[in-house]
Ligand binder design. Structure first.
Ligand SMILES: [Zn+2]
Length: 101
């Protein structure tokens, strides 16, 4: 017989979550593997959020595919923005350096 580590409620070993308090009981079912967790990870870590998407036991295959596409696009966009900032900084630096003082 198993018990929830958080609220000591008796749990079924096939359960992914505690029926009483909702605590995740198996790896791949915690907050970071849920929709909100993965969105948060994507914003913070970018492409590294693909790891919990891959490991998650909560998300359906469709959701995983969607997340893979979204995270890839987000990574490309992030790279584009970084490149823009880089070029802009270089332009600003060269303008500043060539000022006739
Ligand atoms: Zn519980």
């Amino acid at each position: 017989m198993l018990f929830c580590p958080k609220c000591s409620q008796e749990i079924d070993e096939r359960d992914n979550f505690c029926r009483r308090c909702g605590k995740s009981l198996k790896p791949g079912t915690g907050f970071w593997y849920s929709h909100s967790g993965i969105i948060l990870l994507t914003l913070v870590l970018g492409p590294f959020a693909l790891i919990p998407v891959y490991l998650s036991k909560i998300l359906s295959t469709t959701a995983k595919t969607v997340y893979c596409v979204v995270i890839s696009l987000f990574t490309v966009y992030l790279g584009y923005v970084c490149w823009q900032i880089f070029t802009l900084t270089q332009q600003m630096l060269s303008t500043t350096l060539s000022l006739p003082y």
